[in-house]
Design a protein around this ligand. Structure first.
Ligand code: AMP
Length: 493
C-alpha cells in the first residue's frame, strides 16, 4: 500500500534513479510518487555495486531502498543454467514477521520480473521449504536459525550468493544471532556485495560492520534515538494491578479501533489479551511461543480491522509494518530506553500522526526518567478523570523481579545460581522471533526433552517481596489510578 504521508525526497525522482522499466511500473502500481530519503540515497550506492552501511528505522521505506536496486542488479546480470536451491541474494532478518514482510515487498516490486523469491523461517514445517528449494530461487529472505537448519540438511546451497543484506542488524545481535551470522558468513563466497541496515549503531554493530563491509557507502536518514515528532506521547501514572482496567476503559471510552499494546513478557501478553477478551474487547497476543499460523492470523485480523487490539512483546512486534497505526500503548515501560523509541515508532509511521500512551507504575519511574533523558523531553503526565477503578480487585500473585535497569538480554551476562528446571534465564537472548530456544537451552537429555518439571510455588520471604506486597496493598486501597501527583500535563484525555 502506498502512503502519501511518508516524507519524500525533494531533489530526486524515481526517474533519476535509472531503475529498469518493470520496476518503474511496479513502483507506479504501488502508488509511490517520489523516493523516500533513504531510497534516494541508498539506491544509487547499491546500483553502483558497493557495500552499504545504512542507519534507517522501519517506516522510512528502507525495504524498497535495498529491494529495488537488488532486483535491478540481478535482472541486469542474469545467470545461465542457474542451479535449484542456490540463491543469488540472501536477506537475513531477525523475525518471522519481518521475513514475511520483506519477501512480500520483493514480490510487490519484482512482479514484472522473472525472478523468484522465497521466505524461510522456523516454527513451521520444514518440508514445504525443502520442496520449494528444489525449484529456481533468486532471492532468499530468511531468519538465521532455520537457514542453518537447511544448510545442515544440505537442502540449501549458499555458494552462489552475490548480494547479502543484514536487515535490522541491531535487533539480530540483541536476539543473540551473532554466532549464527558468523557461521552463515563463512558459507558465502568471498566476492559479494554486502548491505547492512540497522536502526542503531552500538559498538557491536560497528564491529560487525568493520568485519563485513569494504569501503561502504554510508546513509543515515533518521537521527539516532530521535522520537518521531508527529507522535503525541503521554503517560498515565497507574498501579500495575489497575493497568488492565484502565486500558480497557481507554479503549472503550475512546472507541479505539486499532491499538498495539506492548508487554514486558510473553506470559503478560497472554494474560492481558485474556483479560481484555473477558471484558468484551477482541484481542490476541503475538509472541514467540505462539504457533506461526496463530501469529499470522492475529496479525491479519489486526491489520484488516476485525480485531482492534494486538498485544505483543518487543521482539514479536519488531518490523511489523502496519500503515498509519493510530495508537501504541506501553503496558509496561521497556527497561532499555531505546526500545521505547522503537515501540512508539509503530505509530506515526510514514509521516502520519499517532498517539503513544504509557501506563507507568511507581516501580517504573526510573525507566521513565531514562527514556525522557534519551528523547530529551518530558512526557506529559495525564490523569484520566473518567476512569473509576473497580471496587473489589482480585488478589494477584507478586510479579517476577524486573530486569536490572538498562540491561540487554545478552548471553554472556553471568548467572548467579543454577536455575531450577522449568524456569528460564531472563538473561538468555530470546529467539522468540523464531519460536526457537537458543541452542544452549535446547533439550539435551530425555528428562529435559520430556518437558519442564513442575516447579513448586516459591514461598514469599524476601524483603523485596514484602515491600512489593505492601506496595500492592497500598495501591488497592487507592481510589485514583494516578499514584503520584502529576507534575505537568493535560487533563481528561
Ligand atoms: P519500510 O520502512 O520499508 O517498512 O516501509 C514503510 C512503508 O512505506 C511501507 O508501507 C511502504 O509501502 C511505504 N513506502 C515505501 N516507499 C515509499 C515511497 N517512495 N512512497 C510512499 N510510500 C512508500
Amino acid at each position: 500500500m502506498s502512503n502519501t504521508a511518508i516524507p519524500l525526497s525533494n531533489e530526486i525522482s524515481f526517474a533519476d534513479l535509472n531503475l529498469a522499466q518493470p520496476l518503474m511500473h511496479a513502483i507506479t502500481d504501488a502508488g509511490y510518487t517520489r523516493p523516500t530519503p533513504v531510497q534516494a540515497q541508498a539506491i544509487p550506492l547499491v546500483l553502483a555495486g558497493g557495500d552499504l552501511l545504512a542507519g534507517a528505522q522501519t517506516g522510512t521505506g528502507k525495504t524498497a531502498g535495498f529491494t529495488l536496486p537488488i532486483l535491478h542488479l540481478l535482472t541486469a546480470k542474469p545467470v545461465i543454467n542457474q542451479r535449484a536451491g542456490r540463491p543469488r541474494c540472501l536477506i537475513l532478518v531477525p523475525t518471522r514477521e519481518l521475513a514475511a514482510q520483506v519477501e512480500e515487498s520483493v514480490q510487490t516490486y519484482g512482479k514484472y520480473l522473472p525472478l523468484k523469491s522465497m521466505v524461510m523461517f522456523g516454527g513451521v514445517n520444514i518440508n514445504p521449504q525443502i520442496k520449494a528449494l528444489r525449484g529456481q530461487m533468486d532471492i532468499l529472505v530468511a531468519t538465521p536459525g532455520r537457514l542453518l537448519d537447511h544448510v545442515g540438511q544440505k537442502t540449501l546451497d549458499l555458494s552462489g550468493v552475490e548480494i547479502l543484506v543484514l536487515d535490522e542488524a541491531d535487533r539480530m545481535l540483541d536476539m543473540g544471532f551473532i554466532r549464527d551470522i558468523k557461521k552463515i558468513l563463512a558459507l558465502l563466497p568471498k566476492q559479494r556485495q554486502n548491505l547492512l541496515f540497522s536502526a542503531t549503531f552500538s559498538d557491536e554493530i560497528k564491529t560487525l560492520a568493520d568485519g563485513l563491509l569494504h569501503n561502504p557507502g554510508y546513509v543515515e536518514v533518521a537521527r539516532r534515538n530521535s522520537t518521531v515528532e508527529l507522535i503525541e506521547q503521554s503517560v498515565h501514572l497507574v498501579p500495575q494491578k489497575l493497568k488492565s482496567y484502565l486500558l480497557a476503559h481507554l479503549i472503550k471510552h475512546h472507541d479505539w479501533k486499532q491499538v498495539l499494546v506492548f508487554t514486558r513478557t510473553k506470559h503478560g501478553a497472554n494474560r492481558l489479551a485474556e483479560k481484555l477478551n473477558m471484558d468484551g474487547i477482541s484481542a490476541a497476543a503475538i509472541h514467540g511461543n505462539k504457533s506461526q499460523p496463530a501469529r499470522t492470523k492475529a496479525l491479519a485480523q489486526f491489520k484488516d480491522g476485525t480485531m482492534p487490539v494486538l498485544v505483543a512483546t518487543d521482539i514479536a512486534a519488531r518490523g511489523l509494518d502496519i500503515d498509519m497505526l493510530p495508537h501504541v500503548v506501553n503496558f509496561e515501560l521497556p527497561n532499555i530506553p531505546e526500545d521505547y523509541v522503537h515501540r512508539i515508532g509503530r505509530t506515526g509511521r510514514a509521516g502520519s500522526s499517532g498517539a503513544a500512551i504509557s501506563l507507568v507504575d511507581s516501580e517504573e519511574l526510573s525507566y521513565l526518567k531514562s527514556i525522557e533523558r534519551l528523547i530529551k523531553r518530558e512526557i506529559p503526565k495525564v490523569v484520566v478523570d473518567s476512569f473509576v477503578p473497580p471496587a473489589n480487585l482480585p488478589a494477584e500473585a507478586p510479579r517476577p523481579p524486573r530486569q536490572p535497569h538498562g540491561q540487554r538480554r545478552h548471553s554472556h551476562t553471568t548467572a548467579s545460581a543454577p536455575r531450577p528446571a522449568g524456569t528460564t534465564n531472563r538473561n538468555q537472548p530470546s529467539r522468540e522471533g523464531q519460536g526457537q530456544k537458543p541452542r544452549s537451552q535446547q533439550p539435551r537429555n530425555s528428562q529435559q526433552r520430556n518437558g519442564p518439571q513442575p516447579v513448586k510455588p516459591r514461598p514469599i520471604q524476601t524483603t523485596a517481596d514484602q515491600q512489593h506486597l505492601s506496595e500492592a496493598a497500598r495501591h488497592q486501597s487507592m481510589p485514583q489510578p494516578a499514584l503520584f501527583s502529576p507534575k505537568s500535563g493535560r487533563r481528561g484525555k
